[in-house]
Design a protein around this ligand. Sequence first.
Ligand SMILES: Nc1ncnc2c1ncn2[C@@H]1O[C@H](COP(=O)(O)OP(=O)(O)OP(=O)(O)O)[C@@H](O)[C@H]1O
Length: 353
Amino acid sequence: MEVTFKDVSLSYDGTREILHHLNFTIPEGTLVSILGPSGCGKSTTLMLISGLLAPTQGKIFFGDQDVTKQDALARKVGMVFQNYALYPHLTVLENIMFPLKMAKIKKEERREKALKLAKLVHVDDQLDKKPGALSGGQQQRVAIARALAKEPSLLLLDEPLSNLDARLRIEMRQEIRRIQQETGVTTIFVTHDQDEALHISDHIMVLNLGDIQQFSSAETLYDNPSNLFVAKFIGEPVINTVPITAFGHDLDAAVPAEILAKTATVGIRPEALQDHPIDANTFATITTKVKAYEKYGREKNALVDYNGQELLSTEIQGRLENHQDLTLYLQKSGLYLFDEAGERIFGGEQDVE
Ligand SMILES: Nc1ncnc2c1ncn2[C@@H]1O[C@H](COP(=O)(O)OP(=O)(O)OP(=O)(O)O)[C@@H](O)[C@H]1O
């Protein structure tokens, strides 16, 4: 089901606005992550989609239908939370069948349907166990099967993996992707973990302080961040950010003067700083001093001082000594200029999403 927000705002108490004029469309059949720091409004957005919460202003559409006034039941959404919320006294099979029982579906039919779902989420060898006897990952699989039992218009997942250990999280995020692709159900996934969002989603909505910062594919977020917040939030290791004042005249030859005049901050991805020139890709060179040089496995990194600013380069080929002078070559891809308001005004491709 396609979901559209038109100018949706929300305040819990009538004074402090938590979400500000959200406008977006989640295309049918896609998996979308809502990503952002704690308190930015991710769960609130999900609750508005589910119908558990009504907007203070604006309209919500499922397809062409205005559902703003419909409650969660009428919207037919399936929800999964981080704490599974399975019924402890029921078996796996009974948990999955429960919503079908509530919907008064005949016993044989609900058993058949539940068995199919158990197979889909790979818990068909655990049918008679109670939730207490399952691992966290298995419980989350059962919770997903139960949410899918009603053939929901949407599957909504609120931090479903945060109670799992690191290895299981990776396994389960692949499983959620597989289940979403096999069922084709439009799925919206809340997380504060960029790695999770980048690996699982077709599109990622980056939220901060109740505003959408950017809504696009993982690749676009990384290559063409619309602002400084997204550039800093997406990418590991974090992008280097330097006030333009530290550059002196080092960018004069490479960037038009009218753009430099508006620039407040320069963002340079660690892989765009190299100790060796690569053909015509060099955009500018800077002279730095090595503060720390690290080599582990195939990786060689350097932390350098550039006019009092610390920069990280992950593209070192030579062997370095601490305190030595080092010329670094800036690559055009991975270098961005941001204005006072944090908007990207140079670098990447212009006019994307
Ligand atoms: N029921 C509520 N009443 C009043 N304020 C609330 C309520 N629920 C959330 N808030 C406030 O709304 C803001 C957004 O909360 P929300 O839970 O949507 O954020 P989040 O991005 O999901 O955060 P987290 O990652 O920490 O769960 C926060 O400032 C929070 O304190």
